[in-house]
Design a protein around this ligand. Sequence first.
Ligand code: PLP
Length: 424
Amino acid sequence: MDTEFDRQHIWHPYTSTIDPIPCYPVKGAEGLELILEDGTRLLDGMSSWWAAIHGYNHPVLNEAVESQLKQMSHVMFGGITHQPAIALCKKLVAMTAEPLEKVFLCDSGSISVEVALKMALQYWHALGRPKDKFLTLRHGYHGDSFAAMSVTDPDNSMHSLYKGFLPEHIFAQSPESGFFDAWNEDDISDFAQKLEQNRDRIAAVILEPIVQGAGGMRIYHPTYLRRVRELCDEHNVLLICDEIATGFGRTGKLFAYEHAEITPDILCLGKALTGGYMTLAATITTSHVADTVCSGKAGCFMHGPTFMANPLACAVANASLELLTNQNWQQKVHSIENHLSTLLPPLKNHHAVKDVRWLGAIGVVETHNNVDVAEIQKVFVKEKVWIRPFGRLIYIMPPFDMEEHHLSALVRAIQKGVEHCFGE
Ligand SMILES: *Cc1c(COP(=O)(O)O)cnc(C)c1O
C-alpha cells in the first residue's frame, strides 16, 4: 500500500498534516480480527468505534448487501418509498419505547443530532413560543458538525476556535455518581438550577444516557437520568437522548435509557445500526412532537438529505437488527461485563492508572497523564490487538462475540501498554 501517499495527502480523523501519527495499513477484516497488510491479525477491541457489533465480513450481513445490490443501490426518498426502509422503520418502532413512532432516517450520527435539534426548535416555533437554547452536560459528545459541536463539551471540542459563529448553549455539571456507586442527590443540583433559570429559552435537553462516550467515557448513575426526565416534565422541556454510541445492546440494555426506565421525546441512533457496514442514522420521535412540528408555519419538517434511507444501508441494518434480536445478545453482553469486572480491577494497582470502570460491553482504563498514542499502539500491535486510546482514556467496546480469552488478551495488552508508556 502506498502509505507514503496517505501520509502526504490524506486526512485521517483528528490528525495533523504536519506531524501525522503513522497509520496501520489494513487489507481485510474477518470475524473479530483486522488483517494488516503483512498478514498480522489484530483482535479488534474497538468494533470500529462502537459499530461492528457482530464482527467483520459476516456472511448474513454480506448476503443482505449483495442481494439488495441486485435490486437497487439507491433511489431518492422524496415521493418514493421502498421495502428496506419500511422493514427497518417497523423494527425501530417496535424496538424502541412505545411513544417513539415517527422515524427520520439520515446519513450519520452528527446529522441525526442536527435533525433532533431542528425538530425541537420547530416544535416550539409551531406552538408560538420560539426557543433558542439547549441544555446539555459537560463532558458530552454529540458529533462534529456545527450544531452537534455546539452541544458538545466546550473544552474538548475547542469552542474558542469558532467564537462568534458557534451558538452558545448551556452546560450543566455532569454526574459524579458512577453507575455502581450510591446515588448522591447533589449531583443533579446544577442541572436543576440551570433548567429552572432558563426554562423559557430551553427548547430541549440533549444528553448521552448512562454513558458519556467520546467526551470522557463516564458511566453514570441511572437516577441522574431519572431526575433529568422528571425535571424536563416539570419545566415542560423536551428530552433528546443521544444513543448513537450506547444503542443496540452495548450497555446491557437494548437502549441505555431503559436503565432509568424513562422515555425520551426524541432519540438519536447511529453507529451499530448497520452492524458497522455503512453509514446510516435515525432520529425517532413521538407523534405528538412530529405532528406539532408539522402543524407549524413550514407545514413539514425542514430536512431531507440526498441519500436519505439509502436501500443498501437499510437492508444491512435490517439484517443486523435481526441478527441481534435472534440471538441471545443480552447474555453475551452480560458475560462480557462479568469478565471485565474481574479483569479490569487489578490494573488499578499500577501507579499510572487513576480509575477503571465498565458497563455492559464497555471497559475503560483512565490514566493520570495523557497516553502517547503512537507509542502505546506499537505495543498493542505487537500484542496483536487493536485498541485506540485518546487523551487519558484507554477503552474497549468489543464485538459482542468476544469470549473470556479474547477479553483477557485485550486487557493484558492494555497492562503491557501502560507499563511501556509509564514504567513498570
Ligand atoms: C459518534 C457519535 C456521534 C456522531 O456520529 P457520527 O456518525 O460520527 O457523525 C454523536 N453522538 C454520539 C454519542 C456519538 O458517540
